[in-house]
Ligand binder design. Structure first.
Ligand code: OGA
Ligand code: NI
Length: 341
């Protein structure tokens, strides 16, 4: 239990050696250019007469950055505030209240761990704790969620339902923009919903360590609440750019599955998280995932003689195993499925 950074780091003045990354992997300077050009999409305009323009903005952002933010998304400010407080409250509970959930068994329905699942054998740890559990269908999973704080299940249940609606709305806009049939991403492609809450405690030396190393998300799309503390950076054109925190906006990013299904028209971008010297950062991320046996391949409508498929078909579960074995390394995970264009 003492492994959780949130449980031992409160009064720590210097970064323990096993959190210091090798020189080539240190973030170094923390002030990176803020990604001012990262599009902010107003979903209030997803109806006519602005619908086509909104869809275009989403597609361009998904191609150029693999990331965009959304406002007027339908999740109320009150629910966002409640969600943010309950997740912070969870990580601020005394160590003994978190102990029963500690596990690195990825097959369990609710786990709390620190750094990576391979904590016991890795040389350098990440400055983060992670709580994760499936959310959909709610009735099937809510019983496994944390019992403390007492309102956790109620608040996170309501939050997950609303974030699911938002995710499906965005997927509908993407499918319309790509010219796919209506409801393309419904059903098995978006059946899985995983809540992954990262907590990055205040860090004594953010220049030497990372909250999350460079990765691409293995999901269909990710819907993240960054709140008001920065830390998320996107790699673009050879440099790291900070994603500006907009407190009530959601950050959306394209996962590997959507890159494959769109046959490379949308792309998953590499991103990482740096820690903060002044305050803790807690970011609930919803991963929308295909069901394990779902077959992922470039959509038929997007493949023709001049656009040959860039990827072979695979089962999501098989990809996920490669991803886990590659410890989140994006190239290694997708390489076995790439075809020569
Ligand atoms: C992730 C991720 C970013 C953040 O969980 O995959 O990229 O800001 N999180 O916590
Ligand atoms: Ni990520």
């Amino acid at each position: 239990m003492e492994k959780l950074v949130s449980s031992w780091s409160i009064n720590v003045q210097s970064l323990p050696e096993n959190y210091v990354r090798p020189p080539g992997q240190r973030p170094g300077k923390l002030i990176v250019p803020s990604c001012k050009s990262l599009p902010v999409v107003d979903l209030g305009k997803a109806t006519s007469p602005d619908r086509a323009e909104t869809i275009q903005k989403i597609l361009e952002a998904s191609w150029e950055f693999g990331f965009f933010q959304v406002i007027n998304h339908g999740v109320s400010d009150d629910l966002i505030n409640e969600g943010r407080s309950i997740f912070s409250e969870f990580f601020n509970m005394p160590a003994e209240d978190k102990a029963s959930l500690y596990s690195t068994d990825i097959d369990k329905s609710c786990i709390l761990y620190t750094s990576n699942l391979n904590y016991d054998i890795e040389e350098v740890h990440l400055w983060r704790d992670n709580l994760r559990h499936p959310c959909h269908p709610l009735e099937e999973y809510v019983q496994f969620w944390p019992e403390k704080p007492t309102k956790y299940r109620e608040v996170v249940g309501a939050f997950s339902v609303e974030v699911r609606k938002l995710s499906l709305k965005i997927l509908d806009l993407i499918s319309e923009g790509l010219g796919l049939e209506q409801g393309f991403f419904g059903g098995e492609l978006s059946k899985g919903q995983l809540m992954s809450v990262n907590h990055y405690p205040r860090c004594p030396d953010p220049s030497l360590t990372l909250g999350l190393p460079k990765h691409i998300d293995p999901c269909l799309i990710a819907v993240l609440l960054q709140g008001d503390v920065d830390g998320l950076q996107v790699y673009k054109d050879g440099q790291w750019l900070g994603v500006e925190p907009l407190p009530y906006a959601f950050v959306i990013n394209i996962g590997h599955q959507l890159e494959v299904i769109s046959n490379g028209k949308l792309r998953g971008a590499e991103h990482r998280v740096v820690t903060n010297p002044r305050e803790a950062r807690t970011t609930p991320t919803t991963f929308i995932n295909p069901s394990p046996d779902c077959v992922i391949q470039p959509a038929e409508a997007l493949v023709n003689a001049s656009n040959p498929p860039l990827y072979k078909a695979f089962k999501f579960i098989d990809y996920f195993k490669t991803f886990t074995a590659a410890n989140g390394d994006p190239e290694t995970a997708l390489n076995p499925y790439k075809l020569q264009a």
